[in-house]
Ligand binder design. Sequence first.
Ligand code: TXA
Ligand code: MG
Length: 321
Amino acid sequence: MIVTGTDIEFAAKCIVEGNLVAFPTETVYGLGADAFNPLAVARIFEVKQRPTFDPLIVHISEMKQINDLYDSNIDNLVYALAHAFWPGPLTIVHPKSARVPDIVTAGLNTVAVRMPSHPIALQLIRLSGTPIAAPSANRFGLLSPTRPEHVQKQLTNVAYLLENESEMVGVESTVVSIQNGKCILLRPGAISLTDIQKVIPCTAISKDNSNDKIHAPGLLKSHYSPNKPLYILSGDVNNLPLNSGLILHDELKTNTNANRVFCTSETQNAIEIAANLFIALHAMEDDTSVSQIFIESVEETGLGVAIMDRIRKASYRYKLN
Ligand code: TXA
Ligand code: MG
């Protein structure tokens, strides 16, 4: 069991001493370490069982910290995006300064940085006096955590787990890369492409989806998976196989033979769906009366793009064809 509580000062002390802290952000829980302490960062990979080719996001609390992380020629597009979306769920990948340890960036010459808007995350970074490298606080490839018990379920060897009262967005930050004057969307997330294009109209979507040359491993085709089969719903909800769980995004209007039904929203509201997506998947994963899960699709506009991205990746290995 991980020790949990609300003592941000103690959590900051853990970070300074090179230990790991799980903490809430506005998107999902993060598993943090001092970004300038390579040994502490190495422990993140160990605890998450994450391959070291998968780089981490560095979290900051003040704009001036980008000067220690990015190289000295920071592109104006970075400032434009930061001005529009920080603090908030946007991660900006940009060429890095030599000070950033290789283990943080998996040896890449770029680093991913974001300023979260969650007050607990911001206070933790401030009190630690250092940027905090943090992936989502789940075991590699498994469901992202939006509640303290989700972190407890998957991780051990974490010094402290900061509890959170407020609801989370539920999908991770949007990741963009700014390089050579170009803005490319690497991972759809809490901020939509349309919102980013309002600031940088020529923002393009990354085409590189291959699993070996990793631009952003969040682009792997399979990710965020529950530990039982998950299928995108295509048939009749009253004709599901025995012991099915059913995740809908609207109130249940008809009968179903599912053992368990979870409605993420009563009105197909994308914000509610995102906030409840991982909660629903964790609940189905934990329910011993459920052997496979069926989930409804959502409309792919705005936040729906990131939601469908997570649903496709979570169900990828169970595709019916
Ligand atoms: O909302 C979030 O972003 C959460 C919270 C905790 O901040 N964090 C998160 O981290 O989702 P993680 O490690 O699960 O996802 C980070 C993504 C990965 O897809 C990673 O490959 C990509 O960011 N990334 C990190 N550094 C990169 C770099 N230098 N170039 C390209 N992609 C990078
Ligand atoms: Mg993750």
